[in-house]
Design a protein around this ligand. Structure first.
Ligand SMILES: Nc1nc2c(ncn2[C@@H]2O[C@H](COP(=O)(O)OP(=O)(O)O)[C@@H](O)[C@H]2O)c(=O)[nH]1
Ligand SMILES: [Mg+2]
Length: 268
C-alpha cells in the first residue's frame, strides 16, 4: 500500500487546473447556505464550475439552485426526486462531470464546514502531487471547531476502525472535502460500491488506496455548520460498521472460500 502523503499547500498552481474543475455540492435543505456558498466558489480563481445535486429538498433549495444556475453558466443543477443519500448524490455528480470532460472533480458540503477559501489548496494538491486530495481534519494543522464530544468521538472512532480493519492509511477517510483526478473516478469500481450514504466516503478511500492511487491530505479547519441542520443520523453509524465489516470480509480468505463454494454449489 502506498504511503499516504500529507502536505501543506501554500501557493496556488491555478494555471494547472484553471477551467478544468467541477465542484459537486450535494444539497438537502440548505437554503440558508447555498447562495453565499455558490457566490464564494464562483469568486475563486480558476473558473471553478459548480454542480448542485439536490434531492427535492422540502425547504425549496432546488428552486434557489435553479435561480443561481439561470444567472451563471458556471453553475448547473441535478434534480433528483427524493432523498436518495449522500453517496448516490456524489456518484450522480461524478457521472455528470466525467461525461462533460472535467479533469478534476471536487466534493464539498453546502454548509461552510468546508471553507471555499480552502478549496484552491485542495485542488492544488491533486494537480501537483496526488490523485486524490483530501481537505483533512486529522493531519498536523487540521482542526475541528464546534463539534460536540459525541460527534468528535464518532468521527475519530470511524477513522481509527478504518485504519485497523481495512489498513487504510488516509488519516481523514470520512472527509467529504476532496478533489479527485478523473482517472481515479474512471478506475474505482463504482458498480461494487454498496454504500448509498456517508459510508461511501470510507469505501471510495479504500478502493482508491487499493488501486494504488496516491492520496494526499492538506490540513483544513472544519467548522460545524451555523445554518441549517446536519442530515447525518444514528443509522449511519451502523451502516459504517457494516461497511467496514463487509469490506474487511471481502478481503479475507473465508470470503473467497465462500465464493468458490457458491460457484460450485450453484445449480446449473
Ligand atoms: N442530495 C443530497 N444531499 C445530501 C443528502 N444528505 C446530506 N446531503 C448534503 O450533504 C452534505 C453533508 O451533509 P451534512 O448534513 O452537512 O453532514 P455533516 O456535515 O456530516 O453533518 C450537505 O451539503 C447536505 O445538504 C442526501 O440524501 N442527498
Ligand atoms: Mg456538513
Amino acid at each position: 500500500m502506498l504511503d499516504n502523503c500529507f502536505l501543506m499547500v501554500e501557493t496556488t498552481a491555478v494555471t494547472l487546473w484553471s477551467g478544468k474543475v467541477l465542484t459537486i455540492v450535494p444539497t438537502y435543505n440548505e437554503r440558508e447556505n447555498l447562495p453565499r456558498l455558490a457566490a464564494e466558489i464562483r469568486a475563486l480563481p480558476g473558473n471553478i464550475h459548480l454542480l448542485i445535486v439536490d434531492d427535492n429538498s422540502p425547504d425549496g433549495t432546488g428552486a434557489i439552485a435553479d435561480a443561481l444556475a439561470a444567472s451563471d453558466p458556471g453553475i448547473r443543477v441535478l434534480h433528483r426526486p427524493g432523498k436518495l443519500g449522500l453517496g448516490t448524490a456524489y456518484k450522480a455528480g461524478f457521472d455528470d462531470g466525467l461525461a462533460r470532460g472535467y479533469q478534476f472533480l471536487c466534493t464539498m458540503d453546502a454548509d461552510f464546514s468546508h471553507s471555499p477559501q480552502s478549496l484552491p489548496a485542495v485542488i492544488d494538491l491533486a494537480a501537483t502531487r496526488c490523485d486524490l486530495a483530501v481537505g483533512s481534519r486529522y493531519v498536523p494543522g487540521g482542526r475541528v471547531v464546534g463539534w460536540t464530544l459525541p460527534r468528535r468521538t464518532i468521527s475519530f472512532v470511524a477513522n481509527r476502525l478504518a485504519r485497523i480493519f481495512l489498513g487504510v492509511s488516509t488519516r481523514d477517510c470520512t472527509a467529504g472535502f476532496r478533489c479527485y483526478r478523473r482517472a481515479v473516478l474512471e478506475t474505482i469500481p463504482f458498480d461494487t460500491i454498496f454504500s448509498t450514504g456517508y459510508s461511501f466516503l470510507i469505501e471510495t478511500a479504500f478502493y482508491c488506496e487499493r488501486a494504488g492511487f496516491r492520496i494526499g491530505e492538506t490540513p483544513i479547519t472544519f467548522v460545524n455548520r451555523t445554518e441549517g441542520s446536519s442530515k447525518i443520523s444514528e443509522v449511519e453509524i451502523f451502516k459504517a460498521m457494516y461497511t467496514l465489516l463487509r469490506l474487511r470480509t471481502s478481503a479475507l480468505p473465508w470470503e473467497r472460500i465462500a465464493g468458490l463454494y457458491r460457484r460450485i454449489a450453484r445449480p446449473r
